[in-house]
Design a protein around this ligand. Structure first.
Ligand code: GDP
Ligand code: IMO
Ligand code: MG
Length: 438
């Protein structure tokens, strides 16, 4: 039986991180943008730092989708994202100082929630109360803002246009100040980004005014309508699968669903409209902040990865923890996301290694396992490694797949065989042009 319909059956493609964030999502979204009409962020907030480099310029985006450097592309901040008006205002100003004007190609969901100045203070209060077991949050107010969303106390972009906005703001702020009292945290004596609370609040309201210049949309209708009219859409993830609120190394996670299911709730598309799922991973692993990281290297190899990969956080500047590629975690991420293509990033960072290791299992409770157990912490899991020969040559100038050295091709084949997913892109440097399509 065939069912005919006049509507185009476009699906939304998804690009997301498979590790602990910072896989290079921003670079690859920018590379793929010419193939899409719309790029849409679906979760996270300014805890993200997505780096894009081209023509000798470097940009780090926190809230704005990475499609913004192509003037023919529409960018959407979806309902699942949380926005700090001060931070997005700084992004607007930085882009416009480089001649990139976003007023006409950036649309914001009315249902996206706002991060309030007191959310940032609460994040700091909560982290300092945790002491040694702190999450290592980016202190952007992510946890408290998502807490208010789920607790049904949040303020949304659409509220900015309502008459009661200031009253609602004051009400929530007063509640937060009470909460900070419970933490014994004096918000008046703490600073955010070198600003006193009052100064930050002032900058925050200037950000609200800046946001008002943009078009607010009911993004679920906009996106489904765009799919129906044949538009090509790419959903851009933030953070990574191992930081997912449900499936990451809880409680050392972020406060949103970073996986493909987050696209459905964060943009309002149904599961049967998900198309390709592009999973981005580094040829090794990094993690910033606290929490388990079984393949972490505390030795010279770890230091070498950090130096060669310039592994310092795009949002906070903190040194990233580094280690070998962990295939157990990668396969877990592929399963959770339904990854159809893998993109391998920062391959060039391994250029100088004579031997490379890949984690293919864990020793756990006197057994060897190949899954992520509930008790996922550094002390309970010892990785089992397979050693592979390094290509030991500079690959940064390679642009086509026929130039790939055989030893690197073997490294790629090993990962493809283990994961049963093809590697569609090999990235060999931070610049847009340093990308090999296979
Ligand atoms: P994202 O959060 O996933 O977008 O990643 P980040 O931008 O936080 O971190 C990735 C870092 O690696 C950035 O500094 C990028 O410029 C850089 N980068 C991306 N791809 C490559 C690559 O293939 N090789 C090297 N050496 N650097 C890369
Ligand atoms: P992108 O999109 C790497 C980490 C923090 C911390 C934990 C919780 O650039 O890949 P949060 O501020 O969300 O409460 O912090 O998650 N984290 C990230 N690590 N890349 C990110 O984003 C991250 N966003 C949050 O370091 O360990
Ligand atoms: Mg990042």
């Amino acid at each position: 039986m065939t069912i005919s319909t006049t509507r185009a059956h476009m699906k939304i493609d998804v690009l997301l991180g498979l590790q602990w964030g910072d896989e290079g999502k921003g670079k690859i979204v920018d590379v793929l943008t010419p193939n899409y009409d719309i790029i849409a962020r679906f979760q996270g907030g300014p805890n993200a730092g997505h780096t894009i480099e081209f023509e000798g310029k470097k940009f780090i985006l926190h809230t704005i989708p990475s499609g913004v450097f192509n003037k023919h592309t529409i960018n959407i901040i979806g309902n699942g994202v949380i926005i700090d008006p001060h931070i997005i205002h700084k992004e607007f100003r930085n882009l416009s100082s480089h001649g990139i004007h976003t007023e006409n190609n950036l649309l914001i969901s009315r249902k996206a929630h706002l991060i309030l100045p007191t959310h940032r203070m609460l994040d700091a209060a909560s982290e300092s109360a945790k002491g040694k077991s702190k999450i290592g949050s980016t202190l952007k107010g992510i946890g408290p803002a998502y807490t208010d969303k789920i607790g049904r106390n949040g303020l949304r972009i659409g509220d900015i246009e309502s008459e009661g906005f200031m009253q609602k703001y004051g009400h929530i702020k007063a509640k937060h100040i009470q909460l900070m009292g419970l933490y014994d945290f004096d918000y008046k004596r703490n600073k955010i980004e070198d600003l006193s609370f009052e100064e930050y609040e002032k900058a925050w309201f200037a950000g609200i005014d800046a946001i008002k210049e943009y078009t607010f949309i009911d993004s679920e209708y906009y996106i489904n309508g765009a799919l129906d009219s044949g538009k090509r859409i790419l959903a851009e993830g933030a953070q990574g699968t191992m930081l997912d609120i449900d499936f990451g190394s809880y409680p050392f996670v972020t406060s949103s669903n970073t996986i493909t299911s987050g696209v459905c709730s964060g943009l309002g598309v149904s599961p049967n409209k998900i198309g390709e799922v592009f999973g981005v991973f580094k040829a090794y692993c990094t993690r910033v902040g606290g929490g388990p990281f079984p393949s972490e290297l505390q030795d010279d190899d770890g230091k070498r990865l950090r130096d060669e990969g310039r592994e310092y956080g795009s949002t906070t500047g903190r040194p990233r923890r580094c280690g070998w590629l962990d295939l157990v975690a990668l396969k877990y991420a592929i399963m959770l996301n339904g990854v159809s293509k893998l993109f391998m990033m920062k391959t060039d960072v391994l250029n100088s290694f004579e031997t490379l290791k890949i984690g293919t299992g864990y020793h756990y409770q006197e057994k060897q396992i190949d899954y992520i157990p509930f008790e996922y912490n550094e002390t309970s899991l010892v990785p089992v490694y397979t050693a592979l020969e390094g290509w030991h040559q500079d690959i940064c100038g390679i642009r086509t797949k026929d130039q790939i050295p055989e030893i690197l091709a073997d490294y790629v084949k090993f990962i493809e065989n283990e994961t049963a997913v093809p590697i569609g892109i090999i990235s060999v440097g931070p610049d847009r042009s340093q990308t090999i399509l296979r």
